[in-house]
Design a binder for this molecule. Sequence first.
Ligand SMILES: *Cc1c(COP(=O)(O)O)cnc(C)c1O
Length: 366
Amino acid sequence: MTCDFIQLANPGVQKLKPYQPGKPIDELERELGIKDIVKLASNENPLGPGHKALHAAKAALQELHRYPDGSGFRLKSALAEQFGVQPNQITLGNGSNDVLELIARSWLAPGDEVIFSEHAFAVYPLVTLACSATPVQVPAVCFGHDLEAMAGAVTPRTRIIFVANPNNPTGTWFHRSALELFLAKVPEDVLVVLDEAYFEYVEEAYYPDGMSYLAKHANLIVTRTFSKIHGLAGLRIGYGVSSPEIADVLNRVRQPFNCNMVALAAAEASLQDSNYLEDSRSENTSGLGQLSEGFERLGLSTIPSVANFIAFDCQREAMPLYNALLKEGVIVRPIAAYGMPNYLRVSVGLARENERFLKALEKVLA
Ligand SMILES: *Cc1c(COP(=O)(O)O)cnc(C)c1O
C-alpha cells in the first residue's frame, strides 16, 4: 500500500506551495542555449562581493576541517560595536530567512495568528504555515503596508506581526511617525518583526532606523542581512537584533552551527568595507534613476521604490512578457504569487545591464 505523505504532513505544511526563486543563470543557459545572460531577478548586488569580504572568505577556507564558532563571537562583537547594542541582543542566522524561521518556530503553535500585509515577502506566510499557525493578511494601501489596520487586526491569538521596511516585492516604505504609532499600539506580548533587508540602500529623510526603537519596545526584533548591499547572498548570513530575552530564546532554538565559518568571516570583513558599501549604494541610486527614466520613456508605470528593485505595471498579464524577456537573455521576476499578476519586478543592475533590460523590454513590448 502506498502512503500519501502530503496528507500526513502538518496541516499548515499541506497548504504550502514551494517558494519560487529567481531563475538561475545556468538554468536559462541550459534551456535556451544562449550566453551573456543578465539576471535581474533576486535583488543581488551587481558589483559582486567586496574585496575585503572575498579576502576574508579565502583565508577562512584554510580552516574548513574545523567546526565554525557556534557563538559567532567575532561577528556579533563587530555588529554590536557598529550598532551600539550588546552581543547578547544578536541572533545570527543562515541568511535572515533563518532568523525569521527561528522566530516562528520559537513562538508559534497551531491556532496562533500571524499578521502580515498583502503583497508582503513570501517567507512570512511560509514560516507561519510551516508551524501550522494561521496567516492573517491585511489589505495593502497603494501596495504599501497599512500599519494602522495591521495593529487593528491583533486578537488574543496574535503572536507575531511581520513588517518589511522597505517591503519586497513592492519597494514601498513607511515613515518614522507611522512606525512609532504602530509600535505604541501593538500589545507588548505580540512580537513585532521589522525586516530591514534593504535598510542600507534607503536614503529618505524620514526613514526610521528600527534599532533605535529596541530600548523602548521589548517585543521588537529587527532583522537585517548580508545578502543584499553586502553582496554575500550565496554565503547565507543574516541577523536579528532584539532584547536579550528574545535573543536567548532564538539562540536555544537555532542549530548550534547554523552559520558557516566562511560566511562569518566574510560578513565581519564586509562590515568594515565602507568604500564598497558606499559604491554599492551610489551605483544603486543611479540605477534606480536610469530604470525609472526608462519606464517613463516606455510609458509604463512603476511603484516608487527605495530599495534595489522596482515593480512595474505591464498593464496585462505579465507572464508572457516575462517569457519573452527570457528569450532575450534577461531574467526578471514574476510576482503573481504576491497577488500582482500584471507586474514584474526588476532588480537594479549595472548601468549596462539596466540598459540591456530596457532595450529588451522595448523590443518585447513592440
Ligand atoms: C532578500 C530579503 C531578505 C533576506 O534574505 P536572506 O535570507 O538574508 O538572504 C529578507 N527579507 C526580505 C524582505 C528580503 O527581500
